[in-house]
Design a protein around this ligand. Sequence first.
Ligand code: PPS
Length: 366
Amino acid sequence: MGCSKWRAAFNFGHLKVQSKLSVFFTMILLFTYLFYCLNGYCDSLPRPVYNQQTDPHNKITFNDEQDKSSPERRGAHNASPASVVREQLSDLSRSDAPSNNISIDNTFGSKKFPQAIIIGVKKGGTRALLEFLRIHPDVRAVGAEPHFFDRFYDKGLEWYRNLMPRTLEGQITMEKTPSYFITKEAPRRVYTMSRHTKLIVVVRDPVTRAVSDYTQTLSKSPGLPSFQNLAFRNATTGLIDTSWSAVRIGIYAKHLENWLRYFPLSSFLFVSGERLVTDPAGEMGRVQDFLGLKRVVTDKHFYFNQTKGFPCLKKPEGSSRPRCLGKSKGRLHPQIPSGVLLRLRDFYRPFNLKFYQMTSHDFGWD
Ligand SMILES: Nc1ncnc2c1ncn2[C@@H]1O[C@H](COP(=O)(O)OS(=O)(=O)O)[C@@H](OP(=O)(O)O)[C@H]1O
């Protein structure tokens, strides 16, 4: 009898100790979770990489030309190494794509508004510049074009910030959307986000740029009228049609005037699209200086690919293989009658000279 009393007392005590222990462990778990959340990691618990992207398929096939949909749909994202690899693959030569399916999630840092934006110009060489910059360890960039300041401004700044990759202290957040340069409202909107935003404009001879623009449209609409049909309002008098976007975009002085109403000239860096091809390392040196970065991207990162006819990367971020930009970059242009090109060159000359004066930089197009 005495013995069974002891056994009952012992069992009861044992149960008490067990329940105390479980309360203790639950509390520890709760505190650990709270601590984790307070440090901002709750939203970045490891998840499968594809769950973080709304449409991984769109991301894989993304290139600058198909960029007509919302970046949400395209899956603009935090720049986890895996997604960086996927984005680069989409814009870099497919034949060089590595076959391994890396799945690493970047959960560190925080999402910030871009401190620097490549705002233009369309067909200037903006993709090349962004991919070259992404080799730099202190640059994190959205691969897709967010089009926030022109198409999706009504989604709000928080939506925009959420598209950005996570950055650590000392790293720069970047994006590129070439249409910002010609968007009337963009300067005011960017200024509202931050008047300290650094603005990069890749400019290219407006005549070649117009032909490049036309080539892109032609590739999507083979029935397109001829270049000269679209460029002239009146072929006999040689009156240029400035309402055609391929022509209008090249009037750089006019678009820059709009930006200078909000930003001082010191906020801009004008990159020569031509030099980005002939001397990528030299041009990258200027860009890194402007961004206050160490000159990490140098001539040892580039090689000239004879087949492509363009500089390519020896080792892009997330890959150990050399890589060129995709097929839509560096396309063969159709033959345009020289008289048409000369007339267009005459048309741009005064605007070019004005642009050289405004930027104190002779780009040598005339
Ligand atoms: N390294 C390298 N590789 C391939 N292409 C290069 C490179 N550097 C500059 N370019 C030139 O970039 C032109 C495309 O410009 P963008 O990237 O600004 O085009 S887009 O506006 O984003 O569609 C593209 O225009 P096209 O030659 O007309 O295709 C190229 O001339």
